[in-house]
Design a binder for this molecule. Structure first.
Ligand code: SF4
Ligand code: F3S
Length: 104
């Protein structure tokens, strides 16, 4: 499966939702998550993210992010249409420690 990591937080470009064949992105206030059980592992979303926020769960230390994505995917509404990124996204892109700083 693929999952969204904290690089998405406070940017939320949403290019990813346009390409997902199974519509498994879910939208929170300042980031998206992927439902890990709905993702068919096609990989097409990964290169679409300008913030490099989409990763395969085969990368090291992704277990916490799989749990995180699963938790919020069942709480947040599905998003299937691209929208404008969040205000200030250029400044937030590439920042570290976004989960503690901005996630809500
Ligand atoms: Fe959707 Fe494919 Fe990305 Fe999974 S890997 S979230 S199925 S586009
Ligand atoms: Fe987030 Fe990247 Fe999608 S910033 S909204 S995962 S295109």
């Amino acid at each position: 499966t693929y999952i969204v990591i904290d690089n998405c937080i406070a940017c939320k470009y949403t290019d990813c939702v346009e390409v997902c064949p199974v519509d498994c992105f879910y939208e929170g206030e300042n980031m998206l998550v992927i439902h890990p059980d709905e993702c068919i592992d096609c990989g097409v979303c990964e290169p679409e993210c300008p913030a490099d926020a989409i990763r395969p769960d085969t990368e090291p230390d992704m277990e916490q992010w799989v749990t995180f994505n699963r938790k919020y995917a069942v709480q947040w509404p599905v998003i299937v249409t691209k929208k404008d990124p969040l205000p200030g996204y250029e400044d937030r892109d590439g920042e570290t420690g976004k989960l503690a700083k901005y996630f809500s």
